[in-house]
Design a binder for this molecule. Structure first.
Ligand SMILES: [Zn+2]
Length: 480
């Protein structure tokens, strides 16, 4: 690491200390900027302003997106459960090269295409139980702020105008690369969406404002008709909603460079205040069958396709079984394992409603373990491990008919609280009369040793979405 870079990091935390009254909470967050786990201390009391990069709406969102947005949904809900007052803001990129190209291919207007896929994105999020976002900010609704930021960067000498647009001059911002540990010159890679013009001053300079070509969507500006570059929309949105400094910026790991570096360069150059963001949180990659997901490999899975095979509870359970920062591998096997594991919790929670024993079971130890796991940079796999230990221990009492109703009710309350964040459980459904009748018929058949008929009825029950399981105390039904 370069010397100036280390110095830069120290300066950043010093400047922020003066802004931060101690919250006194022991919540720890891994900060990509400092590469350390740090205590989460908001800028302003218990108020947390949090921004996560949203989708570019030119196509259906994929399961990599789902992983990121479920992760931050859990993060936000946990922070709220700890008493933090979180404002969760997400942008929607509704103007971009990709949108223009796709619109042309499909014979639609770019704005129509963007609207269509934004709606689909909201539907996907709803189905996934992602409902913690306070505001979705569309880039095109912030044109005034975008133009104002570009103007300010030009005025202060951080930007320059050439024939096809206005570019940020990276030679004017020495901290560029601090977040990702990369240098501007290393900037060219496939996912980077680097803007290329032969007349750029420095390799890696990114576009702030693109002058529009004929037939492209455009907005009036002091530099003629044009549209924003990709990075400027985020700082225009957060600048307006949060101001020049805020608490947490999240996003997928592959956005760290150059997108998040560009955001820092823009906002810190405009405001002169560092750092723009106190904590940077990045979610890990999602692979499919051990490979990077891509359309050319044929392993590209949209959220819609995934939801045809697995319910949202299973998908969420699969995501949170791995720490948000770690890579995750989506395979048929790993999803089946998730489904089975989750079933164990679901059956346990459902069984809590029927217990009637005398023995008390304290969940204080469990609660402590769960909270410690989540306080430690949202360690959901450890939190789930605590849940599975509780299920195992309490099941010992349940199987002997010993667990008291009071303890069961306490556990149910705790599971309800946890599931407000995780959303992995289903309401226990009362068995309909029709199913009950079929279960009775099946019992008759079994008694008469007509196992063929018994199996047929079991299949019929299954086709109606119910499962019948035989236990020592008779057949039990549950929703599939
Ligand atoms: Zn972004």
């Amino acid at each position: 690491m370069a010397e100036w870079l280390c110095g830069g990091l120290q300066n950043r935390s010093r400047e922020f200390d003066s802004l931060s009254p101690l919250h006194g909470d022991r919540m720890k967050v891994f900060n990509t900027l400092t590469r350390k786990k740090e205590e989460l201390i908001p800028i302003n009391g218990n108020k947390i302003n949090l921004f996560v990069c949203g989708p570019t709406v030119y196509d259906n969102s994929h399961i990599g997106h789902a992983r990121t947005y479920v992760s931050f949904d859990v993060v936000v809900k946990y922070l709220r459960s700890k008493g933090f007052d979180v404002t969760y803001l997400q942008n929607i990129t509704d103007i971009d090269d990709k949108i223009i190209i796709r619109a042309k291919e499909s014979g639609k207007k770019p704005s129509e295409l963007a609207k269509e896929f934004a709606e689909k994105y909201f539907e996907d999020m709803k189905k996934l139980g992602v409902d913690s976002v306070n505001k979705y900010a569309f880039a095109t609704h912030y044109m005034k702020e975008i133009i104002e930021q570009v103007r300010s960067l030009l005025e202060k000498g951080f930007a320059y105008e050439i024939e096809d647009g206005i570019y940020f001059d990276l030679s004017k911002f020495k901290e560029y690369g601090e977040l990702s540990g990369r240098k501007a010159l290393e900037s060219e890679d496939a996912v980077s969406r680097i803007d290329d013009s032969v007349n750029k001053r420095n390799k890696g300079d990114f576009c702030l404002w693109k002058k529009s070509k004929l037939g492209e969507p455009s907005w009036d500006s002091p530099w003629g008709k044009g549209r924003p570059g990709w990075h400027i929309e985020d700082t225009a949105i957060t600048g307006k909603e949060f101001g020049p400094q805020y608490d947490i910026h999240g996003g997928a790991r592959d956005l760290m460079f150059p997108h998040h570096e560009a955001e820092i360069a823009q906002m810190e150059s405009i405001s002169g205040k560092k750092p723009m963001v106190r904590y940077w949180m990045h979610s890990g990659f999602l692979n499919v069958d051990n490979q990077k997901m891509s359309k050319s490999l044929g392993n590209f899975i949209t959220i819609r396709q995934a939801l045809e095979k697995y319910d949202s509870q299973t998908l969420r359970f699969f995501f949170i079984s791995t720490h948000y920062k770690s890579p995750i591998n989506y395979t048929k096997e790993s999803l089946e394992v998730s489904k089975k594991s989750l079933e164990r919790i679901q059956i346990f929670v459902d069984s809590l409603k029927d217990v009637d024993g005398k023995e008390m079971f304290s969940i204080q130890g469990f609660k402590k373990r769960f909270e410690e796991a989540m306080d430690d940079d949202f360690n959901t796999p450890n939190a789930l491990a605590a849940i599975f230990d509780l299920v195992r221990d309490a099941n010992r009492l349940i199987s002997k008919g010993l667990l008291s109703k009071k303890s069961a009710e306490e556990m149910l309350g705790e599971f309800k609280r946890i599931d407000k964040m995780f959303s992995i459980l289903k309401e226990k459904k009362e068995t309909p009369e029709e199913i009950k009748k079929m279960v009775k018929e099946r019992e008759e058949a079994r008694k008469n040793k007509d196992f063929k008929k018994a199996d047929e009825i079991r299949e019929k029950i299954k086709s109606k979405g119910w499962v019948v399981e035989d236990s020592d105390s008779g057949p039990k039904t549950r929703k599939k």
